[in-house]
Design a protein around this ligand. Structure first.
Ligand SMILES: [Zn+2]
Length: 475
């Protein structure tokens, strides 16, 4: 399904195998796009949240109950799975020209959530190979909930095509209602539906694809003229017709696109954003692209100019820290991660990166007072990261490593049990039930009975041990 040409697989269709790699930040597979990864990035996630939150509220949906997932893929797509997971492909994010266009997509997807379309779909697809596609959706959702890979990768590619076709037949019948709900959410949130119309028209323009592609495009493309006409009609009579979102959204949108291009297509970014272009977004894309093409020193110089211009922007410090960390300058990265966290204290991803850098510090030589303090600070940051977003396997892996080191330093076997407990959490979050249960069992033996971690380990053990019917005792 991956090709250089952008394929339009519009809304609600899963057509690619998805596998997640745990990431500290945006991290692209260099292999020419074989298997897409999920992307974790504090800045882009913050932007999507800022745009989506008023729309969720307008739909009477608790914003905290929705998981926003970014999939690295050139395919233009967005869909909802299991009701509360919204997937956005980087191909779609990069195709949107304005925050209003992206808001239009989010509003449409939120219309699917509010309408419970996916659940109805499950019924309708019973007799087709739809089970396969839903199974994949569930696996993807499970992988997302766990924040990691193995689970989401399944051998689904072969069965996808037929299931996809029948799923699409169904989705055509609900697209218009998702649009209609989406438009009412946009109205309530004070956002013009102009962006939705613009984006639909943009997709329509893509019908100029070569004929051998057009067939599939038409088949998988439930966008009809009726839908476009309905949005146009709504817009014509809307008092919000010419309303524009606040400038800050335009800034965030521009930087999201600059960042994605810098990470995913650094060579293109360097051509598009030349030295002459002094806009912040242009320099941001360039700094990232320089870093991604192995020009760390130059990348840091450009990043420093960004920090000078916006000294309160946490993401510029994060970028500088990431460049330093990846180039073996761990000590320098720690100060910049700290600065990023001071500026944005409630980001689990920034906490995780800071904790990881502290853990990799060269100061971790045996038994000095400084290394002990560093290690304790690392543990504190990782626990805080977990508090902000639980069930992220990578954070648990770092914690296991930190507690393991603590056990070495102190010769206290209790910390060894803590490390084992953290590995149990990692496995549980990855959906590796058997391993999680075994590790939890082993951890319990070394933990103080009745303590918080002992209770958690017991929960893992019970929830991952199948009973006689092969069902889990607990969820
Ligand atoms: Zn849809």
């Amino acid at each position: 399904m991956m090709s250089a040409l952008k394929k339009i697989i519009w809304l609600c269709v899963v057509a690619v195998m998805v596998m997640q790699t745990p990431l500290l930040a945006v991290h692209a597979q260099e292999a020419g796009g074989s298997v897409p990864s999920f992307i974790r990035d504090a800045e882009i996630e913050n932007y999507l949240r800022a745009l989506a939150t008023p729309l969720y509220r307008a739909a009477d949906i608790d914003p905290n109950s929705v998981t926003i997932v970014i999939v690295e893929s050139n395919v233009v797509n967005a869909f909802v799975a299991e009701g509360m997971n919204e997937f956005f492909y980087t191909g779609l994010l990069q195709l949107t020209d304005s925050p209003e266009q992206l808001a239009g997509v989010i509003a449409h997807e939120t219309g699917h959530i509010a309408g419970g379309h996916l659940i109805r779909g499950k019924e309708e697809m019973k007799n087709a190979s739809a089970e396969a596609i839903l199974g994949m959706l569930l696996a993807v959702a499970a992988g997302v909930a766990s924040g990691s890979g193995g689970v989401a990768a399944g051998g689904m590619a072969g069965g996808a095509s037929m299931a996809e076709r029948s799923y699409l037949t169904f989705s055509r019948s609900v697209e218009a209602s998702a649009d209609s709900a989406g438009m009412s959410f946009l109205d309530r949130a004070g956002v013009s539906a102009r962006g939705m119309l613009e984006f639909f028209n943009k997709l329509k323009d893509q019908e100029m694809l070569p004929a051998d592609r057009q067939d599939e495009y038409v088949r998988t493309h439930p966008l009809t003229q009726d839908r476009i006409d309905a949005v146009q009609l709504h817009l014509d009579s809307s008092p919000l017709k010419d309303a524009k979102l606040a400038d800050k959204f335009y800034t965030m949108h521009e930087r999201m696109k600059a960042k994605l291009l810098g990470y995913l297509q650094p060579e293109t970014a360097l051509l598009r954003y030349t030295d002459n272009d002094q806009r912040i977004s242009a320099r941001y894309a360039r700094a990232i692209a320089l870093y991604r093409t192995g020009q760390a020193d130059h990348a840091i110089t450009v990043t420093d100019s960004l920090i000078k211009q916006e000294p309160a922007n946490p993401f510029f410090y994060e970028l500088k820290a990431q460049i330093q960390f990846d180039n073996g300058r761990v000590e320098e990265s720690i100060a910049n991660y700290k600065k990023a966290n001071d500026l944005l204290p409630d980001s689990s991803l920034l906490r995780q990166a800071y904790g990881h850098a502290l853990l990799e510090s060269k100061d971790q030589d045996r038994a000095s007072a400084k290394s002990g303090a560093r290690l304790d600070l690392a543990i504190q940051q990782l626990l805080e990261s977990n508090r902000l977003e639980d069930r992220t396997p990578l954070t648990w892996r770092f914690l296991a490593s930190a507690w393991g080191r603590k056990a070495e330093l102190t010769q206290d076997p209790h910390f060894e049990a803590m490390a084992t407990y953290a590995l149990a959490e990692e496995s549980a979050a990855e959906g590796k039930d058997k391993t999680a249960g075994q590790l939890a069992d082993r951890a319990m033996k070394g933990l103080i009975k009745g303590s918080v971690y002992w209770v958690r380990a017991q929960d893992i053990k019970l929830s991952t041990t199948p009973d006689d019917d092969g069902k889990k005792k607990k969820d």
